[in-house]
Design a protein around this ligand. Structure first.
Ligand code: BTN
Length: 338
């Protein structure tokens, strides 16, 4: 991105949210800056997924207003779970997971949730980058503290997937499915991903920073950056405001975390299995060292491990990348990556 958005960019975009043209002179005056500074602040917005019309003699217009995140609106969708969270919205930062991990170390409370309008260095699993445009996604992280040790949190990533599918289905996305360990898919296209980072002692206490990235409206520049089949909520016919979607996810997440913190993943295991897109399918697991294992998916364990029935018996995997095998036993090209 040549010029990252600045606080002035956000102020200007908010003034343009009515969808009408505003001249550069009017806008600059309202913001107390020169037109040249305003121009710089509104430069390169395509790089962050925002289309801004600029017309000589008319000024600027935002054709699709942004539904800005608003903690009060999210709170209204949270119902009985409103007190489980303290939600903070930040306009721009590198990564909500990174910032929340830093805050966790200095004593931030359980339930603290950080949502960003834009991440400049969003992180995905396995060291990958996570791209999301301004106003076109949900990118947020939740800090949750546990009395138990870090080992108890095995399976937490999968539990978060259950919460996401519950939320999506209650918003009408009946086709939302999971792919081990925790990708959310619609018709084999990735809709959302989670990055769960854990810290703590063996005997406890421990904490998790649960990061969620969910595509709401992917624009062409974001699709180009991603090297896998992706989709968004708008394509699934969901037209809810981002605040409503975030509220629904946080409510279902609190429900799942409350259960998890007393009983772990075990009670959620069957539900997770019912959402698994590769249940009982012939798959190949690519291990981090590049080795390949073939077998048939036989569910997941209480610790979230993938169970694979192989030629040499039942095997458990805690990490790896799963892909479908073509009918007839040959390896299908890797279509969907974790
Ligand atoms: C993946 O599927 O690879 C996981 C993607 C997780 C992305 C989210 S966006 C909010 C939070 N902050 C980050 O830097 N990453 C997670």
């Amino acid at each position: 991105m040549a010029h990252a958005p600045t606080p002035l960019t956000f102020r200007a975009l908010r003034l343009l949210n009515h969808g009408e043209f505003r001249s550069g002179a009017q806008l600059a005056h309202a913001l107390g800056v020169t037109r040249a500074r305003l121009r710089r602040a509104l430069q390169d917005l395509e790089d962050v997924g925002v289309t801004l019309l600029r017309l000589h003699g008319r000024g600027y217009r935002l054709p699709a207003p942004i539904d800005w995140l608003d903690p009060a609106q999210v709170r209204r969708s949270l119902g009985a779970y409103a007190d489980a969270y303290e939600l903070r919205v930040v306009e721009i930062l590198e990564s909500t997971n990174t910032t929340l991990l830093e805050q966790a170390v200095t004593g931030a409370p359980s339930g603290l949730t950080l949502a960003a309008e834009l991440q400049t260095r969003g992180r995905g699993r396995r060291g990958r980058a996570w791209y999301a445009g301004l106003g076109g996604a949900l990118t947020f992280s939740v800090l949750w503290r546990f009395e138990q040790g870090a080992g108890f949190l095995a399976g937490l990533g999968l539990a978060v997937g259950v919460a996401l599918v519950r939320a999506l289905r209650s918003l009408g996305v009946e086709e939302a499915m999971l792919k081990w360990p925790n990708d959310v898919l619609i018709r084999h296209h990735k809709l959302a991903g989670t990055l769960v980072e854990i810290q703590g002692d063996v005997l406890g206490p421990s904490l998790a920073v649960i990061g969620v990235g969910l595509n709401i409206r992917l624009d062409a520049s974001m699709r180009e950056r991603v090297d896998q089949a992706v989709t968004d909520l708008v394509s699934a016919g969901v037209a809810y405001d981002r605040n409503r979607v975030l509220g629904e996810i946080l409510a279902r997440l609190a429900e799942v975390l409350n259960a998890f913190q007393t009983q772990g993943f075990g009670p959620l295991r069957n539900e997770w299995g019912s959402y698994h897109v590769y249940a009982e399918r012939a798959v190949t697991v690519r291990l981090p060292d590049g080795a390949l294992e073939e077998g048939t998916v036989a569910g997941v364990g209480d610790d979230g491990a993938l169970l694979l029935q192989t030629g040499t018996g039942l095997r458990r995997f805690h990490t790896g990348e799963v892909s479908l095998r073509a009918a007839g036993g040959g390896r299908e090209r890797r279509v969907y990556s974790v």
